[in-house]
Design a protein. Structure first.
Ligand code: FES
Ligand SMILES: [Fe+2]
Length: 360
């Protein structure tokens, strides 16, 4: 991708998906970048995932060039060995019996890393906040909601050449649907009609309250075959998470979509969906994947085009009511940045529930 838009500020002290965990096979190392931090990830022999800064604390060579035996990561330059979950140095091969240096007091930078829904989630502390922040344990690892033990899942991912703010705003923007996602199976432009949706504040985010979903969208019509009322809820929560749940009696579909900053000017969208709808019908998973992939690709292609324009730093605007969720996101983000700077509690931009109206 060539065109890159302007940079934005990043939100630290939270969990971000680094990569698909299925790619982390025992004994191999993989690299990823999160919030401009180069990472090396792997899976220990006991199955536990780890994420280290991809830089040897000795002389800075990426640890990903080294070796991993399922237990220790060995730097390829001077052979220092590290326990990868803690980052603790276990061996410095060049030390002699005359050396006083205690290798175990040296650490490579290790990040909290947990596996959920097929992703390796990494807790990214503020720069300079030291080794393995305890805060990681206080915030739960994000997860797609599930309403029973039997379900199927699918994953989608796409790189976006714009900063995380544009990625997130694109995610919550209700007015682009009929234009970007124009297709017979989704909705047609002719079906645009006025909608009103209720939103309410939730901690560090907002919820589009449960309601009967758009009557002009085909996937929802499909759900209707169960003949019970369909209820959906869409939550957005900082730093980057949109959770959608659709429930119809015993049947449910849920998805967690995140837009994660790779650098200050690029991001990646990851979708994980789980459902028990049509559980026994063959081919539903590949079909869902196909349509989901097409949907995400339409967003991605539009954002690649948008990035072309954003390169020139144009003045932009957000309008009421269709762009109101985007305004709330920017205000929530600013409130969190202000709170981190002053130590005061973050102020929520919404006073209470509101009704928004738009045509889509
Ligand atoms: S640079 Fe890694 S051991 Fe020296
Ligand atoms: Fe979209």
């Amino acid at each position: 991708m060539t065109a890159e838009g302007p940079r934005t500020t990043l939100l630290y002290d939270d969990w971000y998906p680094a990569m698909r965990s299925a790619a982390l096979r025992r004994g191999t190392l993989a690299t990823a970048t999160l919030l401009e931090i180069p990472l090396v990830l792997g899976r220990r022999r006991d199955g536990r995932l780890f994420a280290l800064r991809d830089s040897c604390p000795h002389r800075g060579i990426p640890l990903s060039y080294g070796w991993f035996d399922g237990q220790h990561v060995t730097c390829r330059y001077h052979g220092w060995e590290f326990e990868p979950c803690s980052g603790q140095c276990a061996l410095i091969p060049s030390l002699t019996s005359h050396d006083r240096l205690d290798a175990t007091r040296i650490y490579a930078t290790a990040f909290a890393c947990e596996e959920r829904d097929g992703h390796a989630w990494v807790y990214v502390p503020s720069p300079g906040s030291g080794r393995r922040s305890e805060a990681a344990e206080r915030k739960p690892v994000p997860e797609v909601p599930k309403f029973g033990p039997k379900y199927r899942t699918a994953h989608l991912t796409a790189d976006l050449p714009c900063n995380v703010d544009h990625g997130i705003i694109g995610l919550m923007d209700p007015a682009h649907g009929p234009f970007v996602h124009q297709a017979w199976w989704w909705r047609s432009r002719a079906s645009i009609h006025e909608k009103s949706k209720r939103f309410e504040p939730i901690p560090e985010g907002f919820r589009m309250s449960a309601h009967a979903p758009s009557r002009n969208s085909a996937p929802y019509k499909l759900l209707g075959v169960y003949g019970q009322p369909v209820e959906t809820t869409i939550d957005f929560v900082l730093p980057n998470r949109r959770t959608e749940t659709i429930r119809c009696g015993e049947k449910w579909f849920a998805s967690l979509t995140t837009v994660t900053p790779v650098t200050g000017s690029t991001c990646r969208i990851d979708v994980v969906a789980a459902w028990n709808v049509f559980y026994h019908v063959p081919l539903v998973t590949p079909i869902a994947r196909f349509f989901g992939a097409r949907f995400v690709r339409q967003d991605q292609e539009t954002m690649i085009q948008q990035a072309e324009g954003l390169k020139h730093s144009p003045t932009l605007m957000l309008i009421d009511d269709a762009d109101k969720p985007a305004k709330w996101y920017l205000a929530l983000k600013q409130a969190r940045l202000d709170a981190a700077a002053t130590g005061a509690a973050a102020k929520h931009p919404m006073d209470g529930p509101v009704e928004l109206r738009w045509r889509s």
